[in-house]
Design a protein around this ligand. Sequence first.
Ligand code: ADP
Length: 620
Amino acid sequence: MAKHQFQTEIGQLLKLMTHSLYSNKEIFIRELISNSSDAIDKFNYMQLTDEAFKSDSWIGEINVKIDDEDNSLTISDNGLGMNEEDLMNNLGTIAKSGTKSFVESLTGDAKKDSNLIGQFGVGFYSVFMVSENVDVITKKAGEDQAFMFSTDGSGEFEIKPVTKDAHGTVIYIKLKEDEKEFLSKWKVQEVIKKYSNHIAYPIMMHFSEDETTGEGDDAVTTKVKKSEQANAATALWTLSKSELKKEDYIEFYKTLSHGDDEPLTYLHNKVEGGQEFTTLFYIPKTAPMDLYRADYQSHVKLYVKRVFITDDDKELLPTYLRFVKGIIDSEDLPLNVSREILQENRILANIKQNATKKILQAIKKLKDDDAVTFIEQYNKVIKEGIFQDHTNKDLLLDIVKYKSSTEEGMVSFADYVSRGDSEKKEIYYIAGEDEKVLRNSPLLEAYKKANIEVLIMADKEIDAIVAPSIGQYKEWSFKDITTIDAPDSKSDEEKEVISKEFKSLTDRLAEVLGDEVKEVKTTSRLTTSPSCVVKDASDPMAGMAHMFAQMGQEMPETPLILEVNPDHAMIQKLDKLENKSTFSDMAWILLDSAKLSEGLEPKDKSSFSARIARVATEAL
Ligand code: ADP
């Protein structure tokens, strides 16, 4: 017999389970049944594909026994079972990095928090909301020795060898005194129906009921043992759409997602003729916690002819759709398809392509609040899609939204185009890391003046890379306003005259600034600012940020062009300034403050302040 200490995080979790997550205790039944169903799935697959486990008589089944005299509930299955090592790894430690983030992400709102339990794969521990102590008696298929794992949930657990005939797992739950409601047949049945109705295996309930025979004085009441099947035991996705109501889909979603939320939308498709497969996908209302973690979990389960194959193949859908939950059930894949084969399987590639299109079309159809919620939760990953998935780029461009210089809220490209100049067919944007900086950029001045809408793309680490890769939307081309001439009312001849007039100033500035700028020139894009910096559009590196990102490299710095506003008093005075050292100070101030406005760093911060101090002193 061996006593063990729970991993620290589990200790924390257990405390939480027993003290905070009290509002939705019934979910422990869902969690244990779901574990049983997974274990049966695994054994089912083994017995169909491995001679050693072949059995003609085995049928997967889950049993729930209520014992009101003993104050206990027993949930058992004839699935894969666990050996000693499995018990240590699966129940004694949390292998996934989930627990810590789980504990960190708790909101204090009991209802929301209990929803998180399933998301983090800590389902088994939910049993401690209702139990005094728990025994897990289990035997792994193909092994001789069975084991019992026992704990009262207070920090220690014990594992010892026991005898058990068949493979599978029995979970014996001694209920707390005040949790007697789970001894009611009606309550347990209700919970099973609610969350586990479409678990594909029968869930048999065993209970005893008082039965009276005879009448009057002869009446005798005895306890009679009874059994009933509590669930429908059909895989929901195998039913036809016409048989299913919205409620059915939503309930199944709760089973699948281990949560209480309703999905934003769902889509159920059967494809027949040629390749045959069924898909059922859900889009959650809130993005999974691990959406931006490199070790995110897949939420799509692959079945072959209703036999569960895997739930951690991240290639079933494109990575940018990693928030989608659901099921793919193929009729054509071989049952014993191996992981390596899955990666490059033509049948699966075809399913993936079909599923991706269907999912994107369903997203595109979202309306009103649902569309808003979708963008709030998933806009960023859709942008990843634009970058990665050229086949579906058009659909993705119809879904993604951006902020705008002229409109409130988020706008789509379709919105933009409907307001834009249909002769020119250009979509203007400015992309960077910080919305405030972009909105205050001097480069926007000319567009504001001309009342031209500019999209503000400020999603950190995404927009600056994705935006240049978009290229076209329908016949409209994307224009980065930091690389193109701004709209203005002056003709080329007028600009030529102004440029000549200020040639000596721009030459002097260029001489002072040396290699820091590629060129200094006059501009008509500014109204209130004296200067701005723009990227050199003719530079071969311009617009290649996405290529560098694809190669996992930092973008080399492209040289900047300093543009000065000839209508600004500062520039006009500077043109006449003869004092060489003040002129040099001012040249650097013009460049550095223009860089600051674009969110760039001045070359040398301390010289920047020193120059301002010198010029200011002189002016005073
Ligand atoms: P999750 O099910 O999300 O992985 P749990 O804490 O509920 O998290 O379970 C941890 C692990 O313990 C499972 O992944 C599984 O490997 C194992 N396990 C739990 N219940 C059973 C069972 N009835 N039969 C076999 N293995 C089980």
